[in-house]
Design a protein around this ligand. Structure first.
Ligand code: SF4
Length: 174
């Protein structure tokens, strides 16, 4: 993998972490998502990453479902929702896949699907969600250019499971 592609992959990963850090926010402004019932029998697993040079983004949705002329990205999570709403980080990851489908495949999806172990959520890919995603990407790129980024939370458990813990000088003790 080239350094450029690696940077893009890290950007998408960073996006997820960025929104994970904001998931406790009271008013996220993100849509809640709607529970739907789908037959996953004809879903086709997606094995290739999608690239967008325009948005400097790469990602690989778990499934791409064709519905007429539309292509719907699907992200599968092993976790259970247990009646709670999806994490903001999951919603933004799915929004990024919608943007990738739009730019890389040339068809803007009306929505994407988050499939959990106990629920399937339809997330409408609205103009507002798209704007939120683009703003987050801009914020992430600005933050990545800073020499130092302060910790954004006081959650020791999050640091405990963080892959950057060994090299982070702001990690909280559990
Ligand atoms: S270890 Fe550092 S990077 Fe990881 S969650 Fe804690 S503060 Fe953030």
């Amino acid at each position: 993998m080239t350094p450029f592609l690696l940077a893009l992959v890290l950007l998408l990963l960073g996006l997820g972490l960025f929104f994970l850090a904001r998931r406790q926010r009271k008013e996220s402004g993100l849509p809640a998502g709607e529970i739907i019932y789908t037959d996953a029998g004809d879903w086709r697993r997606n094995d290739r990453p999608l690239f967008s040079n325009r948005y400097r983004l790469v990602g690989k949705p778990d499934y791409l479902v064709r519905q007429g002329r539309m292509i719907i990205p699907v992200e599968v999570k092993s976790a259970r929702l247990r009646g709670r709403p999806p994490h903001d980080s999951h919603k933004m990851q799915l929004a990024a896949y919608c943007l990738l489908v739009e730019d890389a495949l040339g068809v803007r999806p009306d929505y994407g699907i988050l499939r959990y172990a106990d629920a399937t959520i339809r997330l409408d890919y609205t103009d507002a969600l798209r704007r939120e995603l683009l703003a987050a990407m801009t914020a992430m790129r600005r933050a990545a250019a800073l020499p130092d980024i302060p910790r954004s939370h006081d959650d020791p458990a999050r640091c405990h499971f963080c892959g950057y813990r060994e090299s982070c000088d702001e990690a909280l003790a559990v």
